[in-house]
Structure formats: C-alpha cells, structure tokens
Design a protein around this ligand. Structure first.
Ligand code: P1T
Length: 380
C-alpha cells in the first residue's frame, strides 16, 4: 500500500470479526474471560494488550514502515520506555536542541539512575563521534528540532550508530511519517508524541514507538507491560481516527507553513525565521533530501530580541491561540523560553538559540489569509 492508503487501512484489515464494524471497536475492558487458565482469545489483561490499542499499534507500525508498534500514555512515557533499555553507566548522545520535557526527563530523572547524557549540536554530524565511547548505547535525535527547526541528517547518524553498534532513536513528532520515515533511513526506533499531528485535534495525550527488529520489540513490549505506562482504549480510538486524515492535514499544514514562513521572512520587524523549507535555512539541502515537504512548524525572532515585544505579540493574537503543544488543526503560538522550554537552564537554552524573543507557531489548517492577517495585526 502507498502512504495515503496506509493511513486509512494499514494494519487494520478485518478489525472486527464479530460484526464487521469499519472502525475498530473501543474495547473498554480491563480484563478478558478465560475458559481454563491460559484459555483466552489473545487478550488477558489490558495493561499487556487491548484490542483497540493493538489496532492502533498496527496502524502506527504500518505508516512508519516498521513491523512493531507500541502506544503509551504520553510522548514522554514512550521516551521513558526507550531509556529503560539502558543500565547505570550507559551513555546517551542527544541533540542539544530538543523538547524541554525530553531534556528534563534525561537530566532530572535518568541521570539520577546513573545514565550520562551528552547534549550535542548535531546540525553538523561530524561533532557526534567526539562524544561516543565504549559506554555509549543510544543516539537520540529529534528532527526537525523543537523549537529551532534544525534538521539532522538521519542517514548520516545511522551510519555512525552502525559503526559503533549503538541504537539510533528518532523523535519524529514534528515531521510525522507523512514527511519522513526514519526507519527507512536506518533508525532503529521511531518515536512520536502522538498528542500532536497523529491525534491532530488537540484532544488526547499519547506517545508511540515503532521498530523493525523483533528482539528490540520484545524488550520494549516487556518494558511497556512491566512499567505499565499504557494508553486507554478511548484515546487509542481517537488517535486511530486522527491517523486516517494525517495526509490531508499535513498537506495543508505544509502549504500554510510555507505561506507564513515567507510572509514573516519579508516583514520589517522580523529578525530570523526558522522553517526548513526556506532556501536560507542552514539545513535546507538535508531537509530536501530526507523530507517530502517541510511541515507546519515555524519559529521566528523579532528585531532587538526584547522579551516584552514577544509577550505583547502573543497576547495580541486572535486566531492563533497562545498555548503549549502543536500539531492540531487549529493554529497555536508559544513562547518557548517561558513555556515549553522553561525547564532548560537559560544558558543552555540560549546556546541552542532559544532566546527571549523567540516565538514558535504551530500553523494549523485554517485559511492562509486569515492567519496572515492575524500575524499582521499582532506585529503592528
Ligand atoms: O507531551 P507528550 O505527549 O508527553 O510528548 C512529549 C514530546 C516529545 N517530543 C516532542 C518533539 C514534543 O514536542 C513533545 C511535547 N511537546 C510539547 C508539549 C510542546 O508544546 O512542544
């Protein structure tokens, strides 16, 4: 199947042998009857597996060109499961520009358990090898990065990971499988905050992992069941429904993202615009190589880099809602330094470019003209 067919049917053939319902039913149950101990129909207890979650996990595996999908109660719960593959003394080389919550999980939780993290600028992959040693087990990359929209060369990272026999995990939240499929580029694990584009309607918190390797899948399923950070059947249903329109929504997010990036780039009050589709973007060539289009996330700074200008701007917006999160049908605006990335110390934040005037837009699928008019009045 090709991508647009997979979003609707991938992994979902014959989902309801009982009545033939077209959508997978919501199995709102914690447990399943057994005729004799072990005599069950494939499901024993819903922490281990639930038919609605299984349908979603199969759909996720299908769109990411993987074999095994796993769904969790949040994106951070999915990342947490990956880190539980490690043991004290192991080291991780991670992107330095990444979601603040991922950074907080690494630094404030897993460092306590003896795992060491190196946060590295990966726009030039040649830096990465300086941080790899005999204890390195995992290369963690986010591309495009949150909130700077840097692009990291996934194939080049995969070559490095294979050379040193370490796992490569890619947070694919900003791009989604519509724009790039990291497993095809050599990644071992693809991770999502399904809260964002996969759900697509700002009504659910969820995370996911997809892998190809059976042994790795078994370890992750073990952690999923043993730690228990699963999502419920109603939320699984919502994300299954979201995935069915992923391709249509992403197409419009990309069109609107382009129009807004170009508008901002031509505005006298704007200093920098970060969107990988602009030819001036430092990683534009890699973006063109590994992505099918450039997405709906756009960040920018205003001239003078004054915090109060940024705050005034987001307060004046009328169609863009000032809110955390991204990837829904509605446009959102955020101020990373005080919102999504406040958990990163100011010095570290600014090293990655997250300055006080930086604003991040999650461009929705409304009419372009209305969105641009809103930005225009707020900048005015
Ligand atoms: O919020 P949650 O579903 O737990 O996902 C965490 C997460 C992981 N990775 C990336 C790239 C993310 O953007 C997120 C969540 N991000 C936001 C809430 C935000 O506003 O950036």
């Amino acid at each position: 199947m090709k991508f647009n067919t997979k979003t609707i049917h991938g992994g979902l053939l014959n989902v309801d042998p009982a009545y033939g319902s077209v959508m997978p039913p919501i199995y709102q149950t914690s447990t399943y009857s057994q005729s004799t101990p072990g005599g069950h129909k494939g499901f024993q207890y819903s922490r281990s597996a639930n038919p609605t979650r299984t349908a979603l996990e199969n759909s996720l595996a299908s769109i990411e060109n993987g074999k095994y999908g796993l769904a969790f109660g949040s994106g951070l719960a999915a990342i947490d499961a990956v880190l539980k593959l490690l043991k004290p003394g192991d080291e991780v080389v991670s992107t330095n520009d990444l979601y603040g919550g991922s950074y907080r999980l690494f630094k404030n939780i897993f460092e306590k358990f003896g795992i060491k993290f190196h946060f590295v600028n990966m726009q030039d992959v040649s830096h990465i090898e300086n941080y790899i040693n005999e204890n390195t087990r995992l290369l963690w990359i986010e591309t495009p990065t949150n909130p700077m929209l840097n692009i990291i060369d996934i194939s080049a990272c995969s070559k490095i990971a294979k050379k040193y026999n370490i796992l490569l995990a890619v947070d694919n939240t900003f791009a989604t499988a519509y724009l790039q499929t990291p497993l095809d580029l050599g990644a071992d694990i693809v991770m999502h905050s399904a809260t964002k584009y996969l759900g697509g309607h700002s009504d659910v918190i969820m995370g996911s992992l997809v892998v190809k390797d059976e042994n790795l899948a078994e370890q992750l399923y073990f952690i999923q069941n043993a730690s228990g950070a699963i999502c419920g059947p109603q939320d699984s249903f919502l994300v299954l429904r979201g995935i069915k329109t992923l391709h249509l929504r992403m197409q419009r997010h990309c069109e609107n993202g382009k129009a807004i990036a170009e508008y901002l780039a031509s505005h006298a009050k704007i200093e920098n615009v970060y969107w990988p589709g602009l030819p001036s973007h430092p990683n534009h060539e890699i973006a063109k190589k590994q992505m099918n289009n450039f997405g709906g996330m756009v960040s920018f700074t205003t001239k003078g880099n004054v915090m109060t200008d940024a705050i005034k701007f987001v307060e004046k917006l009328k169609i863009f809602t000032l809110a955390e999160s991204l990837g829904g049908v509605e446009s959102l605006a955020g101020h990373p330094a005080s919102m999504t990335h406040a958990s990163i110390p100011k010095k570290e934040r600014e090293k990655a470019g997250i300055v006080d005037s930086l604003i991040r837009l999650s461009v929705g699928i409304e009419d372009q003209e209305d969105l641009i008019a809103d930005l225009k009045q707020a900048l005015g």
